[in-house]
Ligand binder design. Structure first.
Ligand code: PMP
Length: 460
């Protein structure tokens, strides 16, 4: 199909997610037709390095025949059957076993969903149900973080702390509140505190959790939910002091920890789960995305023994589940994906080779005149665009520097996402060192061009 024909159909009938419908209609969508390895291709013949692995999900890269074959074989054998009403099937049972094998040893159960958002809806209901079963039904409050992302369903967006989402289609689910995020460059560095070091800021953010627990009352708080590294909020790696201090707070109170592993899971940070990198012991871990490398939609919640035992022993029927909970074809593809990640040593390679290499090359971009900070962890990275490198002052909002840089990247062959004026990357985990070099080269070119355009006199 020709580009324009596809765009016309799209414009006439398709409402895109997280999109200004009218603006996109006027501009026209980019049509992606195929992909191989770390590259996507559009209908005009451009090859683009996918620095975002789709939406942080194509961990194994594009075009893996083994996943196609796993899907085909399962579609022929049993394309669909549900897991309600005391039924199961081999792919879901095997996938459950494999996940619990890979997860920390205190996690031995999984509840399947179709997406990360559904996983977090499940978390909300499971956590509250757990405390009711424990005889503490008043433990209902869930504490999340400002600018955290946990999905787009009503529960997902309520648990998340994205204010623009809360402002649309509310009200949010009651009993959810948010504390400050450990975003040092954005909120710590220029903050009013006495000690502006990242470590002091990290501790202050953990103290905000304790203050919130005390304000609500420990006997009213069910759980704290957070991404090990905030993804959609801007690839925000917390200061090293943050997670140990949060762990210490949670240890003082009887509150569950939910680590949202939807982005950080399956190798992104060089461990199977981001929680392992930060030495967390979460009670629940929502997962999705990299679980199937995005080839088919599947998510779930990994449930630690403490919660699982109560739900199993005391719970009776849990009135919750989805038509596609444990979908056999999605499960077969996810299982094959995990086997390949393991057999090819991809998680170790991210930890020992590619992550450190990206860190080395990415940090060079920190020297660029419009970059205030370059940070990375595993195969996730961010650049903070600034107007004044010395003071870290941001560009005027009306210049939309981040969107400009993103569009330049796309036009020159790199997908790099912008969150405000923070540029982020999270490439497929199969990227090579040469491809990292290409990514850094394209990003630098885009920064040069962005700087040049921003310096042009304003046409009045
Ligand atoms: N949690 C996190 C941390 C996410 O990044 C996302 C998606 N970006 C979700 C949940 C929601 O996942 P989904 O889009 O599959 O519903």
């Amino acid at each position: 199909m020709q580009t324009q024909a596809c765009q016309a159909l799209d414009r006439a009938h398709h409402l895109h997610p997280f999109t200004d419908f009218k603006a996109l209609g006027e501009e026209g969508s980019r049509v992606i037709t195929h992909a191989r390895g770390v590259y996507i291709h559009d209908s005009d013949g451009h090859r683009i390095l996918d620095g975002m692995a789709g939406l942080w999900c194509v961990n194994l890269g594009y075009g893996r025949r083994e996943l196609v074959e796993a899907a085909t074989a399962q579609l022929e054998q049993l394309p669909y059957y549900n897991t309600f009403f005391k039924t199961t099937h081999p792919p879901v049972a095997r996938l459950a076993e494999k996940l619990c094998d890979l997860a920390p040893s205190h996690i031995n159960h999984v509840f399947f969903t179709g997406s990360g958002s559904e996983a977090n809806d499940t978390v909300l209901r499971m956590v509250r149900r757990y405390w009711s079963l424990e005889g503490k039904p008043e433990k209902q409050w869930i504490i999340g973080r400002e600018n955290g992302y946990h999905g787009s369903t009503v529960a997902g967006m309520s648990l998340g702390g994205m204010a623009p989402m809360h402002d649309q289609g509310g009200p949010c689910v009651p009993g959810i509140t948010h504390i400050r995020q450990p975003y040092w460059f954005g909120e710590g560095r220029l903050g009013e505190g006495h000690d502006p070091s990242p470590e002091a800021f990290g501790r202050a953010c953990a103290e905000a959790l304790e203050a919130k627990i005390l304000e609500l009352g420990e006997d009213k708080v069910a759980a704290f939910i957070a991404e090990p590294v905030q993804g959609a909020g801007g690839a925000i790696m917390p200061p090293a002091s943050y997670w140990p201090a949060v762990k210490a707070v949670l240890a003082r109170y009887d509150i569950l920890l939910v680590a949202d592993e939807v982005i950080c899971g399956f190798g992104r940070l060089g461990e199977w789960f981001g929680s392992q990198h930060f030495d967390l012991e979460p009670d629940l871990m929502p997962i999705a995305k990299g679980l199937s490398s995005g080839y088919l939609p599947i998510g779930g919640v990994l449930v630690g023994d403490r919660v699982a035992e109560t739900l199993i022993e005391e719970g009776g029927e849990f009135f919750h589940g989805f038509t596609y909970s444990g979908h056999p074809t999605c499960a077969a593809v996810a299982l094959k994906n995990l086997e390949l990640l393991e057999a090819e040593g991809i998680v170790e390679r991210v930890r020992e080779d590619l992550g450190p290499y990206l860190a080395e090359r990415w940090s060079e971009l920190g020297e660029h005149p419009i970059v205030g900070e370059a940070r990375s962890l595993g195969l996730m990275g961010a650049l903070e665009l600034v107007a004044d490198k010395a003071t870290g002052e941001r560009f005027d909002k009306s210049l939309a520097a981040g969107s400009l840089c993103r569009d330049i990247c796309f036009a020159t062959g790199l997908v790099m996402r912008s969150v405000g004026d923070t540029m982020i990357i999270a490439p497929p985990l199969v990227i090579t060192r040469d491809e990292i070099d290409e990514l850094v080269h394209l990003a630098r070119q885009a920064l040069d061009e962005t700087a040049r355009r921003l310096a042009e006199p304003c046409p009045l």
